[in-house]
Design a protein around this ligand. Structure first.
Ligand code: PAF
Length: 280
């Protein structure tokens, strides 16, 4: 696996290829990331991953400084997964001057849910992803694979690609889960032992909310409140648990067809904020 730190080195490494398949990450790779790399491999003539902890998508009080950085292990895992090129820019390589020019996602999609609780998050994500796309996929385009675990992020990226007519195919990867059902996430590493046991309650609450919504769609808001109260009673601080339409993430209504909805949730357990979702 070739490792490029600068944009010039990356472009040189990718020059012989026409259709890269790309998996952007912030490192601290787990099986979910590796599954995305494996999914990407047959989709291009070269498989590229990036590792870059993007300051622009963290609020000042969030975990940018303490975000787990596990360089050696990440390189070994990518190499074993058959990744051909790793792009790992330093901050000064990707942001040699302050990144004052930003990509502003559609507020109708990006200011709710995660964007409501993490203002500016999707501007930071869209800006770095646009820049990574320019570095890795360039003018001729290619394929980019994003996990469904970050459901709203995937939708923001899809809309960005569509509206800017980028020559990029965005492919979604299914969420990988631990045997007990907890969605794999780099932030799971922050959980203490007892918290780790409790953490599965978020995915359980989402599935239960989906099942109850299917039976009583007209009581949607009440069911969402009950689901959040249930988590609060177990010591969580939920930001939202809500049933939405998959197409635009607007609130679901009683007439919405089965198979067109997703339940999304974000909640804090101790100091760790977890997100998850479940399509139904
Ligand atoms: O999902 C992530 O890990 C990040 O938001 C991404 C897409 C790599 C942008 O920094």
């Amino acid at each position: 696996m070739l490792i490029a730190h600068t944009i010039d080195d990356l472009r040189q490494a990718l020059a012989p290829y026409r259709r890269p398949a790309f998996v952007p990450t912030m490192g601290n790779l787990h099986d979910g990331h590796i599954a995305l790399v494996e999914q990407a491999r047959p989709l291009g003539d070269v498989t590229v991953a990036s590792i870059f902890v993007n300051r622009l998508q963290f609020l000042p009080h969030e975990d940018f400084d303490s975000y787990p950085r596990t360089w050696e292990a990440d390189c070994n895992r990518l190499q074993a997964a058959g990744c051909d090129v790793l792009f790992a820019p330093r901050e000064a390589d990707l942001y040699p001057e302050p990144q004052t020019f930003k990509v502003q996602p559609d507020p109708a999609l990006a200011d709710m849910l995660e964007g409501h609780f993490r203002p500016g998050f999707f501007t930071g994500v869209a800006t770095v992803v646009m820049k990574l796309f320019a570095c890795v996929l360039g003018a001729s385009g290619g394929t980019a694979v994003f996990g469904k675990k970050d459901y709203q992020q995937l939708m923001v990226i899809r809309q960005m690609v569509r509206q800017f007519a980028l020559p990029i195919t965005v492919v979604a990867g299914e969420t990988r889960r631990a045997p007990d059902g907890l969605a794999l996430s780099s932030r799971n590493g922050y959980l203490g032992l007892q918290e780790r046991q409790e953490a599965v309650a978020l995915s359980q609450a989402l599935r239960q909310l989906a099942a109850r919504w299917e039976q009583q769609p007209s009581s949607g808001l009440e069911l969402e409140q009950q689901a959040m109260d249930g988590l609060r009673a177990r010591g969580w601080q939920p930001d939202y648990l809500t049933v939405r339409r998959r197409g635009d993430l607007q609130p679901a209504a009683a007439g919405d067809a089965a198979g067109s909805l997703v339940v999304l949730g974000a909640a804090r357990l101790g100091a760790t904020r977890l997100i998850d979702n479940w399509e139904f």
